[in-house]
Structure formats: C-alpha cells, structure tokens
Design a protein around this ligand. Structure first.
Ligand SMILES: Cc1ncc(COP(=O)(O)O)c(C=O)c1O
Length: 375
C-alpha cells in the first residue's frame, strides 16, 4: 500500500530513531583491544649493545634531523667522510661508510672471496665474515685460539695459502674479549703476503685499557692490504641507527665500494655521528660506567668461584662447565636475554655488560640457574 507523505515521514523518523540508537556503534572508533598483560621489557644482555644510548648531543641531532629526513644524505655523507678524513689524516678515497660495520664486513667478503676463495679467521670469533663466506660458497678456514683464548696470529699467518682471499682479525675479539698486541699484529702483517687483504675489526676499540693494544689505522700506508673496520654501535650507543666505516688504502676502499649499497648511511645516523664523533668526555663517561659494571661482575663471579675471561670489551665470557644452551633458554624464561652459544666454547656464556641493575638481575638469575660451586 502506498504511503502518504505523513506516513513516510513517520516511518523515516522511526527508522532514524532506530538508526540513532545504532549510530554510536556504527561510527565510533572501534573499542580498544583488551590491555595486554603488563609484561616487563626483557633485559638485553645478548648483543653487546651500550645500554646508555647516544650522547645528549647525538640525541638532539637525531631530533633535529627530522627536518632533513625527506632528503637523501647528499650533503651529510660527505661531511661525515670529511670529519673522519680530518681525524685520521686520510684522503676521502681511503674511507667508506657502512650500514653498521656489518656492511663493511659483507663488502669485504663480496670483494675478496668470489670464486671459492677462503676466509681465515680465529675460532671462535664474530661470525659475519664466515657466515657470508659460506653463503658465497667460499671456504671458511678457522684457526683455534691459543690456550689463553687469543687469536693465534702465527698459526693464522701459516694458514695463508694461494687460495686465501681474506684474513679477518677481530681485535678485541668477540666473544672472548681478548686482544692481540700491536707488536704481534706488526709481526703478523709482515708475514702475510701483500696480495692478501687483512681486515682488522676494531668494533670494541674504545673499551680497551691494555697499554699493549692500539689501532692499526696509522699503518695503512705501510700495508696496502690492510682494512680497518669501526662502528658507532658500541661506545657511541647507536647500534639501532646503523653506521660504521672502513679505512684502507685507495685500492682496498675502491674494491669495497663496488659492493656497498648506494646511499647506505641514513640522515639520523649521520647527524648523530657528526654530533658525537670523538667526543672524548662522552667516551670517557661510557668507559667509566662500563668498567664499573664489569668490575662489579668480576667480583661477584670471583665470590662464586666461577671462571671467566678478563675482557677488553663490553662483554665477558663465563665458564659454566655445562652446555650453555639450556642456560640461555632458562634466562629467557626469566625475561633476560644472554649471549648465544659459540660452538667452539659450548660451555661458556657470553654476557654483555649492562647497567648496574641489569647486572644484579643477571647475577641473581645465574645463581638460580647454575648455582655457584661449593667453596
Ligand atoms: C666484532 C664485531 N664487529 C662488528 C659488529 C657489527 O656491528 P655493527 O654492524 O653494528 O657496526 C659486531 C657486533 O656486535 C661485532 O661484535
């Protein structure tokens, strides 16, 4: 039956009335999801990061870099290279920036291991060079460390042969925290043929206090096969921003550059790095904090009569005398992430030095999971 105008208006009103009741449910923002159970953030002692983060100047620069986030780093990248060039007294063609020093390590593999060449490294050491070598069907050759957990440089030099594409020296070494001295490195570099590139990874350079240690950066003109890798991830507290760099002869840097990602350095990282590079006061402060936590840890480990390797880095290897894997899992259940297993030292736990509160939580966890030996 056709409706007249009044009936139509009435039915519309009724429909709108019903609709009005529905309206809030149809148009309001969806209800908030139930609040997740309050879960404490994990304590991160697994990646050798710096828990204190970037310096105040670097933080301010990161915030200010918002204004140039829409621009490629065409102006800031050369400024960073200029800063490094002035500091190391090197021309620009002896420096390459990397997306972390990881990119430097990857470029070295790609540049020097093609065609089934071999990469020589200590065992154990930081794995990136060896892992990518394997992916490239190159041959990873690992040389056992010495009895005092250091690179066996004479044995590494002896392992060099016609098929060697790259030698990787991690100094200080991750995970052992040990160093090789400048004198030992000099003897080693004198032995390795000049056609074989040697990459010295100095990621933890700023944490060392052993006077026999030093950077090999001043030796680049003497050894044209030498590459030095450095990072802003450790003492500068910028692991998440991703910036590292390589120093080398023009030939080495040209070879690496062929394999780097174009525009690999981002504006925020460059701004922060320009603000904090070689900030001696900040570096001294970070060292002081790290040494305090590390010394506290040493004292607690000694009190428990646990064996550990005195470290020149922001991490320590602790002998658990038992397989480390279940221990890592048990720490995870306590919301504490600790270092992965290094197969060559399967009973040793690598622990990153965190804040004092984090170290106390770690020691409480350790005593619960692997009780101290009886006196
Ligand atoms: C010895 C060593 N080299 C290089 C890296 C990679 O650092 P990044 O890529 O953050 O510079 C690490 C990271 O832990 C490391 O331990």
């Amino acid at each position: 039956m056709p409706m007249n105008r009044r009936q139509f208006t009435q039915s519309l009103g009724a429909a709108l009335g019903a609709g009005a009741a529905l309206a809030p449910r149809l148009h309001a923002a969806p209800p908030a999801p139930p609040a997740p159970a309050a879960e404490a953030r994990p304590i991160l002692l697994d990646n050798n990061e710096n828990p204190y983060g970037p310096s105040p100047a670097a933080r301010a620069a990161i915030t200010a870099s918002e204004a140039i986030a829409c621009r490629y780093a065409d102006f800031t990248e050369p400024r960073m290279i200029e800063r490094l060039a002035a500091f190391y007294q090197l021309p620009h063609n002896q420096i390459m920036l990397g997306c972390g020093s990881t990119e430097v390590l990857c470029c070295a593999d790609r540049a020097f291991l093609a065609g089934g060449k071999s990469a020589i490294a200590s065992r154990p050491t930081f794995e990136v060079v060896l892992t990518l070598a394997q992916a490239m069907q190159a041959d990873p050759v690992t040389v056992p460390e010495t009895a005092d957990f250091r690179h066996d440089l004479p044995a590494m030099a002896a392992a060099v042969n016609a098929n060697t594409g790259l030698v990787y020296v991690c100094n200080p070494n991750n995970p052992t925290g040990t160093i090789v001295t400048l004198a030992e490195l000099r003897a080693f570099l004198d032995r390795v043929p000049a056609r074989v590139p040697v990459l010295v990874d100095e990621a933890y350079y700023d944490f060392v206090d052993d006077p026999a240690y030093g950077t090999v950066a001043p030796w680049l003109s003497r050894y044209p096969n030498l590459i030095v890798a450095r990072t802003f991830s450790k003492v500068y507290g910028m692991a998440g921003l991703r910036l590292g760099y390589a120093l080398g002869s023009p030939g080495m840097i040209a070879a690496l550059r062929r394999h780097k990602l174009p525009m690999n350095a981002n504006q925020a990282a460059l701004a922060a790095a320009l603000a904090c590079f070689n900030d001696r006061a900040h570096i001294a402060d970070q060292r002081r904090r790290m040494f305090a936590s590390r010394n506290w840890l040493y004292a607690e480990l000694r009190r428990d009569r646990r064996r550990y390797i005195p470290s020149q880095g922001n991490f320590v290897m602790i002998d658990l005398a038992t397989d480390v894997e279940p221990v890592v899992a048990a720490f995870r259940r306590r919301n504490i992430l600790v270092g992965r297993k290094f197969p060559a030292m399967g009973n040793w736990l690598r622990i990153t030095i965190g804040t004092p509160a984090e170290m106390r939580a770690f020691m409480a966890g350790l005593r619960a999971i692997v009780p101290a030996r009886a006196a």
